[in-house]
Design a protein around this ligand. Structure first.
Ligand SMILES: NC(=O)c1ccc[n+]([C@@H]2O[C@H](COP(=O)([O-])OP(=O)(O)OC[C@H]3O[C@@H](n4cnc5c(N)ncnc54)[C@H](O)[C@@H]3O)[C@@H](O)[C@H]2O)c1
Length: 249
């Protein structure tokens, strides 16, 4: 598919699903959370989950959060994407167009916010300012999955699995930059399913023929015989760039 990131997709599927488990755990009192059970119980309202970004991470987080019985709102700037997920999940999923006022309104009501926005090749947009974090409920949780691209909250900084959370402005932050490692068995199988066809092509044809035969694989070429062949990488590092097609000729 044009513009797709086939090797990121399985990692995002895993991270999106982990985001809700991690968020639910962080919401527990002993972990600094406000003690809300995402599914609620009969007679008690479920927790409110806000998902920023309705891509792969957002869709899989929505699936998990709805599965737990939470009250879920999904935001994106892509209306086609919101329409698609509205069709897939039906009326239990609320969708909102992503803009500053709506984010502010919903983040202040949320028990759990998951940041999963991506602008390919760029740093994540800072959708949640420090002052918005200050306005969130004490003990609410922010899982910033986009931390590997800089994070989408001003208060986010990378954490690790050995110490995954910290509390800032009263909000529990979970900002692990390699979330799939928490479920390494599932993640490895998922990633291998996606990488194996490329590995077989590279091993069977040799890297030059495999690259020539597959336009998608060529787009993933970053360096070739000392030349930078990826425009974003070249721009970030200040090198000149040559197209993969030209480099392979
Ligand atoms: N921490 C981890 O372990 C981990 C693992 C996997 C992915 N990620 C990261 O998660 C992020 C999301 O990945 P993905 O595969 O879901 O990407 P994706 O491209 O499938 O989805 C990103 C979505 O963000 C939306 N978006 C862009 N700007 C927005 C805005 N201002 N408001 C709302 N939505 C906006 C896009 O329209 C798109 O639908 C990426 O930064 C990725 O690198 C992190």
């Amino acid at each position: 598919m044009a513009g797709a990131l086939p090797l990121l997709t399985p990692m995002s599927e895993v991270a999106g699903r982990i985001a809700i488990q991690a968020g639910a755990t962080a919401l527990q009192m002993a972990n600094g959370g406000r003690g809300v059970l995402l599914g609620g119980v009969p007679g008690v309202a479920p927790g409110k989950v806000l998902l920023l970004g309705a891509g792969t991470v957002g869709a899989h987080a929505a699936r998990m959060a709805l599965g737990l019985g939470a009250d879920v709102t999904l935001m994106d700037i892509s209306l086609p994407r919101l329409r698609h997920l509205d069709d897939v999940f039906g009326p239990r999923l609320k969708t909102r167009y992503s803009e500053a006022h709506a984010i502010e309104e919903l983040a202040c009501e949320a028990d759990l916010v998951v940041g999963s926005v991506l602008l390919p090749g760029k740093r994540a947009p800072k959708l949640i300012s420090r002052s918005l974090v200050q306005s969130m409920k004490p003990g609410s949780v922010l899982v910033d999955v986009a931390i590997d691209q800089g994070g989408c909250a001003e208060t986010s900084r990378p954490t690790t699995h050995s110490s995954p959370t910290y509390i800032e402005e009263g909000v529990v932050h979970y900002c692990v930059a390699n979330m799939p490692a928490a479920c390494a068995r599932t993640a490895t199988q998922a990633l291998t399913n996606a990488t194996l066809p490329y590995v077989l092509a590279l091993a069977g044809k040799g890297y030059q023929e495999a690259l020539k035969a597959d336009a998608g694989l060529r787009k993933g070429l970053n360096l070739y015989l000392g030349q930078v062949t990826h425009a974003g990488l070249a721009a970030d590092l200040g090198y000149s760039c040559i197209s993969p097609d030209a480099a392979l000729e």
